[in-house]
Design a protein around this ligand. Structure first.
Ligand SMILES: Nc1ncnc2c1ncn2[C@@H]1O[C@H](COP(=O)(O)OP(=O)(O)O)[C@@H](O)[C@H]1O
Ligand SMILES: [Mg+2]
Length: 228
C-alpha cells in the first residue's frame, strides 16, 4: 500500500509511516481545536514535498484564511511563494454545491497536478441542506466520486462536543476512511490540546490520546506522551 507523508511532526510515526494514499480523512473537533491549522499544514507540507494542494475554504475568504495561517504559522516562510506558484491554493466557492466542488477538484488534479485536498468544513455543507436525508445522499455520492480520483482528502468536521465521551457519529464518519479527533481538554484552569487517530482504514495506527501543540513552525504531536 502506498503512503504519503503528512509532514506533521509526530503524525506519520503514529500512522506507521504516513497516511494511506488517496484516502479520505475527517478531522473532527470543536471550535478552536486546531482543525483548520491541521489541514492547512497537511497541504503546506505536501506543497513543499512537490505534492500540490488545494484548500477549499467554505467559511473563511481566501484572504482571511491565508492571513490566519500566516499568523498561526509565522515560521512557514514559503506560503506566499507556494501560493504564487499554485502549489498551494486557497479557494472559496460561491456556493456549497458538492457537484461544483467535485468538478473543481477534478480540474485541479488534471490541470494543476493536485494531490492533496482540504475541505473546511463539511459542517458548512450540511447547513446548506434543509433536508438531512438529501445531505446524506449527496455527501455519499460526493465521496464515491472522489474515490475515483487520484487525491488524498482531509475534511474538517465541527463537532459540538469536544469531549471524547460525548462524540456522536453521523454519516460523515461512515463515508470517511479515517477519523482523527482533536480535543481541547480542560485541565485545572487551562486547556490542553490532544489528538487521537480514531479510525484509519488500510493501516495499523496508534490508538493513544496524545498531546499536541500548534507552534509557529508547525504542529507538534507528542506521540508516546500521556495527556493525563
Ligand atoms: N498566532 C497564533 N498564536 C497562537 N495561537 C494561535 C494563533 N493562531 C491561532 N492560534 C490557536 O489556534 C486556534 C484556532 O485554530 P484553528 O485551526 O482555526 O481551529 P478550528 O479550525 O478547529 O476552529 C485558536 O483558538 C488559537 O488557540
Ligand atoms: Mg476552522
Amino acid at each position: 500500500m502506498d503512503r504519503i507523508k503528512t509532514g506533521i511532526s509526530g503524525l506519520d510515526e503514529m500512522l506507521n509511516g504516513g497516511l494511506p494514499k488517496n484516502k479520505h480523512v475527517a478531522i473532527n473537533g470543536g471550535p478552536g481545536c486546531g482543525k483548520s491549522s491541521f489541514t492547512f499544514e497537511f497541504l503546506y507540507r505536501g506543497a513543499t514535498f512537490g505534492e500540490n494542494g488545494i484548500y477549499i475554504s467554505l467559511e473563511e475568504t481566501e484572504e482571511g484564511m491565508a492571513e490566519n495561517m500566516k499568523n498561526t504559522f509565522s515560521e512557514f516562510r514559503d506560503i506566499d511563494i507556494l501560493m504564487e506558484e499554485k502549489k498551494l491554493q486557497i479557494t472559496k466557492p460561491d456556493k456549497f454545491e458538492l457537484e461544483e466542488i467535485a468538478e473543481l477538484i477534478e480540474c485541479q488534479i488534471t490541470d494543476n497536478d493536485v494531490k492533496r485536498v482540504a475541505i473546511d468544513s463539511a459542517t458548512m455543507i450540511k447547513f446548506s441542506f434543509e433536508d438531512n436525508i438529501k445531505y446524506r445522499q449527496t455527501l455519499f455520492e460526493f465521496f464515491s466520486l472522489l474515490r475515483t480520483l487520484d487525491c488524498t482528502v482531509m475534511m474538517t468536521l465541527e463537532s459540538m462536543n469536544a469531549r471524547k465521551e460525548q462524540l456522536t457519529f453521523d454519516v460523515e464518519h461512515f463515508v470517511m476512511d479515517g477519523i482523527i479527533n482533536l480535543y481541547n481538554h480542560e485541565q485545572g484552569d487551562r486547556r490542553i490540546r490532544a489528538l487521537e487517530i480514531f479510525k484509519m482504514r488500510g493501516t495499523d495506527h496508534s490508538r493513544e490520546l496524545v498531546p499536541f501543540k500548534v507552534l509557529p513552525d508547525g504542529i507538534k504531536i507528542y506521540a508516546g506522551e500521556h495527556v493525563f
